[in-house]
Design a protein around this ligand. Structure first.
Ligand code: PDD
Length: 283
């Protein structure tokens, strides 16, 4: 917790940043969020993140308290004020403070908070070795396409992963992997098909997922948007996850079983490099 934070139009030091205990984000997790990466001091794929923020807001009937253009300007300003070169910008909108009552209050003013977090991402040591994952039941609600701040199932899944010495938890429903606790999951089958679960209300429409799929299509690679099981992922040639905070991250073991030769594979490395190239070229 450091640097300068944006709270409802004010720029405040992190230690002084406050929202009300009556905020509905705190009481009901009545809010949504976004996380956009920053590379070389510039936001990556930010239009896609703002589009999804607007979709999440509309889905819970919440209005952004400022315009989209003003929000984009605040994002740029938070990068500048914090001297952020590499890391992420976090944004959260909640229904604001009100007397505790489940249904929407008539007079609430949404709370908008932004903060910046430095993180070494391009040269992440984990990308050189790959990371391990566990599988765990998907305990989440039926609208995972909304980037809701109600993240307790993901918090518990990630903690379970950490205890097992792993970086990610693949969530499983009806025998199939939905997605990672904070990422989308891809495999490369042994006959050369890239598979990732199709979009629906069962998963978050990852911005990095979409960018990586577009790059793979440009390369003429074979893609199938379909579900797959833990067993199929374990016998795949490669596996990787995508998110704004990891980009393309090779997964080299799942539930203690090595995937491929247990090292980052050429396809994951290629897509990771292509993603950086495209992200930098777009700036
Ligand atoms: N999470 N699926 C889930 C459940 C996620 O929480 C995320 C991202 C993704 C990947 O989406 P994107 O590529 O747009 O980052 C998929 C962010 C990084 C987080 O909660 O920190």
């Amino acid at each position: 917790m450091q640097g300068t934070v944006y709270v409802n139009g004010a720029w405040v030091p992190a230690e002084a940043a406050r929202v009300s205990v009556f905020d509905r984000g705190f009481l009901f997790a009545d809010g949504i969020y976004e996380v956009a990466a920053v590379l070389d001091g510039r936001l990556v794929d930010n239009d896609a993140h703002l589009d999804r923020l607007e979709r999440s807001l509309a889905a819970i009937e919440l209005k952004l308290p400022i315009s989209r253009g003003e929000l984009a300007a605040a994002q740029k300003e938070i990068v500048a004020r914090n001297g952020l070169r590499e890391g992420l910008v976090y944004m959260q909108v909640t229904r604001g403070p009100a007397d505790r009552d489940f249904a929407f209050p008539a007079d609430a003013h949404p709370t908008l908070v932004l903060f910046a977090q430095p993180k070494q991402m391009t040269d992440a040591p984990a990308a050189r070795t790959g990371v391990s994952a566990i599988s765990t039941p998907d305990l989440r609600w039926a609208r995972r396409d909304i980037k809701s701040v109600a993240l307790l199932p993901q918090v518990l899944a990630k903690q379970q992963a950490r205890r097992a010495g792993c970086a990610e938890a693949f969530m499983v429903e009806d025998g199939m992997i939905t997605e990672g606790a904070s990422s989308n999951v891809f495999i490369l089958t042994r006959d050369g098909e890239i598979a990732t679960r199709q979009l629906s209300r069962d998963i978050l429409a990852g911005c990095t997922r979409a960018a990586v799929l577009a790059l793979a299509r440009e390369q003429g690679l074979r893609i199938a948007e379909r579900p797959f099981s833990v067993a199929e992922a374990q016998r795949a040639a490669e596996c990787w996850i995508t998110s704004a905070t990891t980009f393309v991250m090779p997964v080299v073991a799942l539930d203690d079983a090595p995937i491929g030769d247990g090292r980052p594979g050429p396809m994951a490395q290629r897509l990771r490099a292509l993603y950086f190239e495209a992200a930098r070229a777009a700036q």
